[in-house]
Design a protein around this ligand. Structure first.
Ligand SMILES: Nc1ncnc2c1ncn2[C@@H]1O[C@H](COP(=O)(O)OP(=O)(O)OP(=O)(O)O)[C@@H](O)[C@H]1O
Length: 498
């Protein structure tokens, strides 16, 4: 990203300087400066509300590590370093050791899982079956069964989190015991209160047990009976089957997936309240699942949020179709929705090509209008992609600037080898070097002076939402875009090449 401070436009500045208490959602076509606006907003808010935000914190969430590498170079130049920058995966701090089948991931990312998990956690609370008796030297203080039942019911009704509810029951029991003891002239000091809490704990454990998030989720995914109970009327039997583990596992030996990490975060929040931030900035927010949105909503519950994204660049299976729906999931339905349409990155010839893909993407977004009439576009049918790629990179190296070779993920190794064999050092997208070889799945949010896009038909066919992915890739070029293909171009781009 270039330094835009000097040239920031009024429509961008309006977003940057929106008041701290106001949440905003920016639908920004490619290269309209969403990321730049988000980072300037972080800097502006920290400047204008430094003491408040130093207390409450600012969180910037980006889509992947390559993107963070890219923005971490920019934020300190804006004069601000007190910002936590991370990806949603890193935020959730669970070691990811497995990958879900696509149908399992879709169920796990669905908002209905929140109800399943709530049922699961609260199903642990039972009914007291006996009174609590706390021996105290020559006395035996009592909370009878009915009182105990009422305390559990009341704590359940007002508790904001499961473990807080449990603590509340213990506190009520101790208070009741204290009233009895004081009525008999006892001095109830802190040591006495702690002793009474210990005496009450076994009875509370039996009714409202302590639990850990990983144990709760491992049990859900291991035990089909428990899953059926918690998901009754919420998930279909097929959906339950899709997420159930083939063999039971304990939490310690569980191999968690990225979607499990989001579920663990939801369970952890059902158990205890987590950290919140004064302001959260989320980039590429169109790609968040409803469950990921909930994780972010919890962290910005007492603060505001800046949502940045482009519905046309949605590449996940759960990508948002409308901002109204996504803002609802993010807990900020009242956020101001603003559209940025002037593209500063992508030259007009390239924008025109990419805009051809908008209609079939079936999202309602205004097309980009390029600010730039310079730039070059070439679309060439070639015989051998690796050979043509090496030639194209060689030619690009005679001009100034960064070069990104972007291809379907499974072609990256072949292209990197071909460049290496030709003596051209190439780095991955988060590496430092003039030529980067970028898997299509990691191209989002990045930009290069010269982009060489390899075999659009393969990019489109590599997975669901392939056309959205192609749209992302075509819009990464700052000055020049070469499209190389051996196969026919996707029909929307037909008639554009040689
Ligand atoms: N007002 C401006 N004047 C000049 N350049 C700008 C301006 N705003 C943004 N840019 C430049 O345009 C490019 C794109 O900006 P940025 O990466 O923030 O866009 P984006 O909307 O996040 O793009 P995408 O969604 O495609 O990733 C960057 O090089 C940035 O420096």
């Amino acid at each position: 990203m270039r330094d835009i401070v000097a040239t920031i436009q009024p429509e961008q500045d309006e977003v940057v300087r929106t008041e701290l208490d106001v949440s905003v959602c920016v639908q920004g076509a490619p290269g309209t400066g969403k990321t730049a606006v988000g980072l300037h907003r972080a800097a502006y808010l920290l400047y204008a509300h430094r003491s408040r935000l130093q207390r409450t914190g600012v969180l910037v969430l980006g889509p992947n590590k390559a993107f963070l590498h890219y923005i971490s170079a920019v934020l300190p130049t804006l004069g601000e370093v007190d910002v936590e920058q991370t990806t949603i995966e890193q935020l959730l701090t669970v070691e990811i050791r497995a990958v879900d089948e696509p149908d399992a991931a879709i169920v796990k990312h669905d908002a209905r899982m929140a109800d399943v998990l709530r049922n699961l956690v609260y199903a642990r609370i039972g009914r007291p079956e006996q009174a609590i008796v706390a021996p105290d030297e020559s006395y035996r203080w009592r909370v009878n069964q009915h009182e105990f039942e009422d305390m559990v019911a009341e704590a359940r009704a007002d508790a904001t989190a499961y473990l807080i509810g449990r603590e509340r029951v213990i506190a009520r029991i101790v208070a009741a015991l204290q009233r009895q003891a004081e009525a008999r002239g006892q001095n109830c000091n802190a040591v006495w209160l702690r002793r009474m809490a210990r005496a009450a704990t076994p009875a509370v454990d039996a009714v409202w047990p302590k639990v850990k998030a990983d144990e709760v989720l491992a049990e859900l995914l291991s035990d089909r009976h428990r899953l059926a109970e918690a998901a009754d009327g919420i998930l279909s039997p097929q959906e339950q089957e899709a997420i159930a583990w083939p063999r039971p596992r304990k939490a310690k030996s569980a191999r968690w997936t990225a979607a499990d990490a989001v579920l663990l975060d939801e369970v952890a929040a059902l158990l205890e309240r987590g950290q919140t931030y004064g302001h959260v900035i989320v980039d590429e927010a169109q790609d968040l699942s409803p469950m990921q949105c909930r994780a972010i909503a919890r962290r910005s519950e007492h603060g505001s949020i800046t949502v940045l994204g482009d519905l046309a660049q949605g590449t996940t299976p759960w990508a948002a179709q409308t901002w109204t729906e996504q803002l609802h999931q993010l807990g900020k339905p009242e956020a101001d929705q603003i559209a940025l349409t002037t593209g500063y990155r992508v030259p007009a010839a390239v924008v025109e090509l990419a805009n051809r893909l908008l209609k079939p993407l079936r999202v309602s977004v205004p097309p980009t209008i390029s600010f730039r009439s310079d730039g070059e576009l070439s679309i060439t049918r070639v015989d051998d992609l690796a050979v043509a790629c090496v030639d194209a990179v060689g030619a690009a190296l005679t001009q100034e600037g960064s070069i990104g070779v972007i291809a379907a993920d499974d072609q990256i190794a072949v292209l990197a080898d071909a460049l290496k064999a030709a003596g051209i050092p190439a780095v991955p997208p988060d590496g430092d070097g003039r030529v980067a070889v970028v898997p299509a799945s990691l191209a989002k949010g990045l930009e290069y002076d010269h982009v060489i896009a390899i075999e659009p038909a393969d990019i489109v066919e590599a997975g669901p939402r392939g056309l959205n992915r192609l749209y992302v890739i075509l819009t990464r070029a700052v000055s020049r875009l070469d499209v190389l293909h051996t196969r026919d171009l996707p029909s929307q781009l037909e008639g554009t090449g040689t």
